[in-house]
Design a binder for this molecule. Structure first.
Ligand SMILES: [Fe+2]
Ligand SMILES: [Fe+2]
Length: 219
């Protein structure tokens, strides 16, 4: 009878809850699920912190409503990337750090901070702050994200279709984000036309490929 149902049982005992078949099948294919899981925590740490830092960057693009709008798309899509992958950490037997400082410190990309010091009166030293400087920070943050999700695509391709599907969706949007900031920085800094090839998202932060199923208006 069991020969008729080859997947009815495997290496995890029936009813066992301390192990997951969803992890065992990765191990059987040569991918350590714990290694992948920790890499995913690092990656979504960067998405989460970038979401925060882009808030500040967007605020300081005063006078450039078009730059602000595009930065807002990238900002909200980073939140979508965090939301998309966070459940996968738990499926792989992990958890987000309890301490947000630990989460930020282990992020796989540098802080996308406003590139001037704070002035001491609660604001930034805006005399030396320029749209060009902010766009450079945005561009390099997108490039780090492309490298991060490309690595995860490489780790999971042909091994873990679920994580690969998430990572490739995010990667596609990160590549779009890089193109946006290449276009804006090229014109702002160099006066060069360097098209992204895209037009604005339908709604701010649309995340056409990576967004979670929308459970409610806040998702
Ligand atoms: Fe992202
Ligand atoms: Fe991005």
């Amino acid at each position: 009878m069991s020969n008729d149902k080859p997947h009815a049982a495997g290496t995890v005992d029936a009813g066992e809850t301390s192990e997951r078949v969803g992890m065992a099948v990765l191990r059987e294919r040569g991918l350590e699920p714990e290694v992948l899981r920790e890499k995913l925590i690092d990656a979504i740490g960067a998405e989460f912190t970038t979401y925060y830092y882009y808030t500040n960057l967007r605020m300081h693009l005063a006078g450039h409503e078009d730059y602000k709008e595009i930065t807002e798309d990238a900002r909200l899509e980073d939140r979508a990337h965090f939301e998309l992958v966070a459940p996968r950490v738990y499926e792989l037997g992990g958890a987000l750090p309890n301490d947000i400082r630990e989460f930020a410190d282990r992020a796989s990309c540098p802080d996308a901070a406003v590139p001037v010091p704070m002035a001491g009166d609660g604001g930034f030293d805006t005399d030396s702050l320029s749209a060009e400087g902010i766009l450079e920070v945005l561009l390099e943050a997108e490039r780090c994200a492309i490298r991060t999700w490309s690595e995860i695509c490489d780790m999971t391709h042909g091994v873990d279709p679920r994580t690969y599907d998430m990572a490739q969706r995010i990667l596609q949007e990160e590549i779009e984000h890089e193109a946006w900031f290449v276009e804006l920085l090229s014109m702002e800094r160099d006066g060069e036309i360097n098209p992204a090839g895209h037009f604005v998202r339908g709604e701010p932060g649309d995340a056409p490929l990576s967004t979670n199923r929308r459970f409610n208006d806040s998702a």
